[in-house]
Write a protein that binds this ligand. Structure first.
Ligand code: XMP
Ligand code: MG
Length: 208
């Protein structure tokens, strides 16, 4: 730690990051187990078939990387061989700070032609459902062979439009979560676990 930095130790289950206390909700290990299970499910449904994963930026970037690696690694424990997939990304925004605006806008489109292809949308978190519903409608017009959804996290209590993902990592309570791609004002995305911001930490810099 840098000289002059005084820190109050966080309590059990809490971690200090960037001047904030974070309560851990899903550990790195649990995220790994979840991602491996999702890869097993996806393999079961798409083995031997063409599959394009489309990550929704920015939040799904880390989860998509982990999921793609799990598919590429295979799972020796259940005899699942490595599965090749293609990757693409699109970027939309529908959220300002902690409030969903329902006003989805596309900033970056995929560069892949998806007509007659199996497409799996990969998203960090499903909340009201407006973002994924809007994206699905846009992509359906391009006539993919199949269009399914994989989310790392789901907050079903918040749903405003019906949407049931084909693959769900974990159902969580109605809390604003950060980490593993999820942000608050663009911060906390690179936390390797998922947590909730408790508040500023006691850590402070003192003159020496
Ligand atoms: P909707 O409401 O359209 O929103 O399903 C999905 C998008 O909202 C963002 N979102 C969150 N981001 N922590 C975040 O960092 C959260 O708890 C959270 N809930 C929703 C997220 O960008 C997702 O793509
Ligand atoms: Mg998002």
């Amino acid at each position: 730690m840098a000289a002059g930095h005084v820190e109050t130790a966080p309590s059990m289950g809490q971690v200090e990051f960037n001047g904030y206390l974070i309560e851990q909700m899903i550990s790195e290990h649990e995220l790994h187990v979840i991602t491996q299970r999702l890869a097993d499910e996806i393999y079961r449904d798409f083995k031997g078939k063409d599959l394009l994963l489309i990550g929704i930026l920015k939040g799904a970037n880390l989860f998509l990387g982990d999921l793609a690696r799990e598919l590429g690694r295979g799972n020796a424990e259940i005899g699942r061989p490595p599965m090749p997939v293609e990757l693409d990304f699109l970027q939309v925004s529908s959220y300002e700070q902690e409030t969903s605006t329902h006003n989805v806008r596309k900033h970056i489109d995929i560069s892949t032609e998806i007509k007659d292809r199996n497409v799996l949308l990969v998203e960090d978190i499903l909340d009201t459902g407006h973002t994924l519903t809007w994206i699905k409608e846009q992509l359906k017009d391009r006539e993919p062979k199949s269009l399914s959804v994989c989310v790392m996290l789901d907050k079903p209590e918040r749903r405003e439009v019906f949407l049931k993902p084909e693959y769900t990592g974990k159902i969580i309570p109605n809390k604003f979560v950060i980490g593993s791609g999820l942000d608050f004002n663009q911060q906390f995305r690179n936390l390797p676990y998922v947590g909730v911001v408790i508040g500023p930490s006691q850590s402070r810099t003192v003159a020496v």
